[in-house]
Design a binder for this molecule. Structure first.
Ligand code: ZN
Length: 195
């Protein structure tokens, strides 16, 4: 594993040209006042939305602490904003992460950072869920990891079957959460309980 490597950089000019082409292709005038800065704005947004491609999310977990706490740790309601790779439309919602440390813990905000970094890529919710779980599993070697993401997909809301408000729930279950039904049930009930 290579630390802190920039895998690629985003070509802002190329995005600007592409957006200008799209505006022309739909029959718009990219030079009219309301649109003339649109390619720049979209490129800026894409730079942010896809910034996770140039970082190694695993590096967030570089700082670990030795700790005897081997009970469940849950970080709930981590806001997630991602882009569906099939339509380049946003999907957004919440990620919940549960893990049971094995002698090593990490900062709670670091778990959220892993989720945010992976979200800032062209994504599938299923893959995002697994990537978060596997990164925590491979880095901290905990007894178990459970990740749940609930999200609304704009591609389901504004096109085709149009199901506003419908949420997709995915989970990735590793280690003891997979083997032990009672532990898994405890994590799910803590995650789904309202404040
Ligand atoms: Zn989609």
């Amino acid at each position: 594993r290579v630390k802190g490597v920039i895998f690629m950089s985003i070509d802002i000019k190329k995005i600007e040209e592409a957006v200008k082409n799209i505006l022309e292709a739909i029959g718009e005038d990219p030079n009219r006042e309301g649109l003339k800065d649109t390619p720049k704005r979209v490129a800026k947004f894409y730079e942010e939305a896809f910034s996770g491609l140039s970082v190694d999310p695993q590096k967030n977990l570089d700082v670990e602490f030795s700790e005897n706490h081997e009970e469940m740790v849950i970080v709930k309601d981590i806001p997630i904003y991602s882009m569906c790779e099939h339509h380049l439309l946003p999907f957004f919602g919440y990620a919940h992460i549960a893990y049971i440390p094995r002698g090593k813990v990490t900062g709670l905000s670091k778990l959220a950072r892993v989720a945010e970094d992976f979200a800032r890529r062209p994504q599938l919710q299923e893959r995002l869920t697994s990537q978060i779980a596997d990164t925590i599993k491979n880095t901290l070697n905990p007894h178990g990891v459970l990740v749940v993401i609930e999200a609304e997909h704009m591609c389901m809301t504004i096109r085709g079957i149009k199901k506003p408000g419908s949420r997709t729930v995915t989970s990735a279950v590793r280690g003891i959460f997979r083997k032990n039904a009672a532990t898994r049930a405890e994590a799910f009930s803590l995650i789904m309980s309202k404040k």
